[in-house]
Design a protein around this ligand. Structure first.
Ligand code: PLP
Length: 448
């Protein structure tokens, strides 16, 4: 056996060696490995499997499409699944967001949004605007800029200069602040960082502001004060900067609304969707934008962008079936209800575990953070590897959760507890029971 086979059991590799068991099957919120061990998918994979695993209605609709055609290139045919999914997506989005462009994943979708913004700016004679301000910490994907490497000028030139060193502003992690401001005032304070940065970069250079309206893995379900969203929208309008919401993780119903932005009464210029949008039944992503941005681009010769698998009929049939499931089974409402319950129970665990510093999130995009001291929110020492250790203990017990150690100006271990939106009250109890046991074991390791 080669070294690779000995370490991983095969030739495949990911970011690191992968000692996990083989997945056998999934059913609802549960996954089973080949030994028959059952796991609660307490984070929907990577906040993906919003309607749970192996939903028979979705599988039947996918099978029906498979029997007809699995691929039809978009330049050769229109397809009903892609047009129907676009229509369904628009019907679920706030008014005005009425045009949809499909991709296969989140990173592709983020870049598509930026490129649409760039091309739109060109049509408006605003070619100098290329800077996209984003936040720190944040996560928007991991592609490297394939277009920058592409040797075909007609596709490259409109977008130059590419993605070098885009400006960042600090995300509003107000739960760490120990000032005397109200939450409302803190929200405004962090929003003003955007104005300052636009001024610093030169408004004539700033194309867009990109943010996760409710944070994902980067900030652990960070929700900003309401005032933040309103002021961000005002600042973008004032400077003619496009507001792009990355709802790859927060969208498709996870937070108890179809889009997280709906909680804050703010409509972005472009929305980015993936993860729960295909819910693990197909690699799928989308951007949704208003006609006022799209039409000038189409009039000017078309969007200079597209992926081979964009609008794939099988992926779109899966996506459509997922959205129908959300609607027909009332899953967005269930996410709101079960989210409140789960959040209350997570908060309840703080009474017994003083090292839980903070619980946050909305709907079923929830997280808790571990600290050395709740008062000051001093993080646990990095050497403890808490973000890994607690996940491993839970995994052994049959509960899968997702964790990160936020890095940068602030370091902290947070854990996302984001089960599929089909989760029931009894299953919420089951999750909390297992988490309680995992935390108790972790506590003995902290102070043996
Ligand atoms: N944007 C956000 C908010 C994400 O959470 C992710 C993935 O975790 C991405 C973009 C990138 O998506 P993908 O991994 O599908 O490329």
């Amino acid at each position: 056996m080669s070294r690779a086979e000995a370490d991983t059991g095969g030739h495949l590799f990911y970011q690191s060696r992968n000692p996990r068991p083989f997945l056998d099957r999934g059913e609802g919120i549960y996954l089973y490995d080949e030994s028959g061990k059952r796991y609660i998918d307490g984070c929907s994979g990577a906040m993906v499997s919003n309607i749970g695993h192996s939903n028979p209605r979705v599988l039947a609709k996918m099978k029906a499409q498979m029997d007809r055609a699995t691929f039809g290139y978009r330049l050769h045919f229109r397809t009903h699944p892609s047009e129907d999914l676009a229509a369904k997506t628009v019907s679920l989005c706030p008014e005005g967001l009425d045009r949809v462009f499909f991709v296969s994943g989140g990173s592709e979708a983020v870049e598509s949004a930026v490129k649409l913004a760039r091309q739109y700016a060109l049509t408006q004679g605003l070619g100098s605007r290329y800077k996209v301000i984003s936040r720190f910490p944040s996560y928007h994907g991991c592609t490297f800029g394939a277009l920058d490497l592409t040797g075909y000028d007609p596709l490259r030139e409109p977008f130059a200069p590419m993605m070098e060193g885009m400006p960042k502003i600090t995300a509003p992690m107000t739960y760490l602040d120990r000032d005397n401001l109200t939450e409302e005032a803190r929200g405004l304070k962090y929003a003003e960082l955007l104005r300052d940065r636009i001024e610093e970069e030169g408004p004539e250079n700033v194309l867009a502001f990109l943010m996760e309206p409710i944070g994902g893995a980067s900030t652990g379900a960070l929700v900003a004060p309401d005032s933040y969203y309103t002021r961000i929208r005002e600042i973008c309008d004032e400077y003619g900067v496009l507001l792009i919401f990355d709802e790859v993780m927060s969208g498709a119903g996870r937070t108890g609304k179809f889009l997280a932005s709906e909680h804050f009464g703010v409509v972005p210029d472009i929305v980015v969707l993936s993860k729960g949008f295909g819910a693990g039944y197909a690699p799928l992503g989308a951007i949704v934008a208003p006609s006022r941005l799209v039409e000038p681009v189409l009039d000017a010769g078309g969007f200079l962008h597209g992926f081979t698998y964009a609008g794939n009929p099988l992926a779109c049939a899966a996506g459509l079936a997922v959205l129908e499931e959300l609607e027909e089974q009332g899953l967005i409402e269930n996410a709101a209800r079960m989210g409140d319950l789960l959040k209350a129970k997570l908060t309840g665990l703080m009474d017994r575990y003083p090292f839980i510093g903070h619980v946050r999130g909305k709907g079923l995009l929830l997280a808790f953070e571990l600290v050395s001291d709740r008062e000051t929110m001093r993080p646990l020492p990095r050497e403890l590897n808490a973000y890994n250790r607690l996940v491993e203990i839970a995994y052994e017990l049959g509960l899968i959760i997702y964790s990160r150690r936020t890095r940068g100006g602030y370091e902290g271990d947070h854990f996302l507890v984001c089960p599929p939106l089909i989760v029931t009250e009894a299953q919420v109890d089951e999750i909390i029971g297992l988490l309680d046991t995992a935390l108790a074991r972790f506590a003995t390791e902290l102070s043996p």
